[in-house]
Design a protein around this ligand. Structure first.
Ligand code: NAD
Length: 272
């Protein structure tokens, strides 16, 4: 059996922020999309699914609550997506958390939590989605292959102080992406990651608040300072800046000969 032209994508952590922008872009590209987040964000998941079904036609989007740190929940997420949307062609392991703290003040529990979401979460998504794709059989001749995508960060290339366990976790995503690219190529599965810089989402609100506290700046000033001083293009990134590269390029056929890469989308903060 071969998988034909109908494409479906799961995007984890997509009730808001970068994940939401990726889901919106993929729906526009004609994908059937599975929105995912943790139970605390179920309302956002359901709202986005309803909105996309209204905009693109009933049955185009579903919302599934699952915690990516739990492999059984990732398996159930994939099962539901395949049952309702058809064969899985794209998995975007986008969910992640951040914490700003001096390395010596980070608790064991915080380290474990960071690695669980940002590393084990991506691992669960890559392994379970790859198994599903292999079981589905090869994609039809002339169609875009299967794609696994992981969310890294600029800190996967250049770590920043006060982001030690976060930087380590994103560096791990970059390494994992390279080895999966090598192992999965024979199954016609490409594996890439994306590395955003300073994106205006809930995550950066948190970083802004904590860094501002430590470095003595009022709320909103840290994100302004870093985006204008560190970014060649002189502004904060929008989730759409990232979604265009992920949903447009990395999930699409223009990237069919790209694998094992971590593509930086940061407006010019780091240069690889
Ligand atoms: P966000 O906090 O707005 O979105 C992250 C989403 O992931 C949230 O909805 C959250 O509930 C979800 N999530 C967290 N743990 C989960 C779990 N265990 N299972 C399922 N979902 C879970 O942040 P964002 O900025 O949109 O971040 C998206 C990704 O981009 C993250 O991996 C983040 O590390 C990465 N990133 C963000 C920036 C930035 O500047 N905002 C920069 C580089 C990388």
């Amino acid at each position: 059996m071969t998988v034909g032209h109908k494409r479906s994508a799961i995007v984890t952590g997509s009730s808001r922020g970068i994940g939401e922008a990726i889901v919106r872009r993929l729906a526009k590209e004609g994908y059937h999309v599975c929105i995912n987040d943790v139970a605390a964000n179920k309302e956002g998941v359901d709202k986005l699914a309803a909105e996309l079904n209204k905009e693109h036609g009933d049955g185009k989007a579903i919302g599934v609550v699952a915690d990516v740190t739990k492999s059984a929940e990732v398996e159930a997420l994939i099962k539901e997506s395949v049952e309702k949307l058809g064969p899985l062609t794209v998995m975007v392991a986008n969910a992640g958390i951040a914490q700003v703290q001096s390395a010596l003040e980070i608790s064991d529990e915080d380290v474990q939590k960071m690695f669980n979401v940002n590393i084990v979460g991506v691992w669960n998504c890559y392994t379970r989605a790859a198994k599903q794709m292999i079981a589905q059989g090869p994609v039809a001749e002339g169609t875009t292959g299967y794609k696994l995508l992981g969310c890294a960060s600029i800190v996967a290339f250049k770590p920043f102080p006060l982001l030690s366990h976060y930087s380590a976790s994103k560096w791990a995503v970059r390494g994992m992406t390279q080895v999966f690219a090598m192992e999965m190529a024979k199954h016609k599965i490409q594996v890439n990651a994306y590395a955003p810089g300073i994106v205006g989402t809930a995550m950066w609100e948190l970083i802004d608040e904590k860094l501002g506290e430590i470095e003595g700046r009022p709320r909103g000033e840290t994100v302004k300072k870093y985006s204008s001083e560190l970014t060649a293009m002189g502004r904060v990134s929008t989730p759409d800046d990232v979604a265009r590269v992920v949903g447009g390029f990395l999930c699409g056929s223009d990237s069919d000969f790209v694998t094992g890469q971590t593509i930086v989308v940061d407006g010019g903060i780091i240069f690889t």
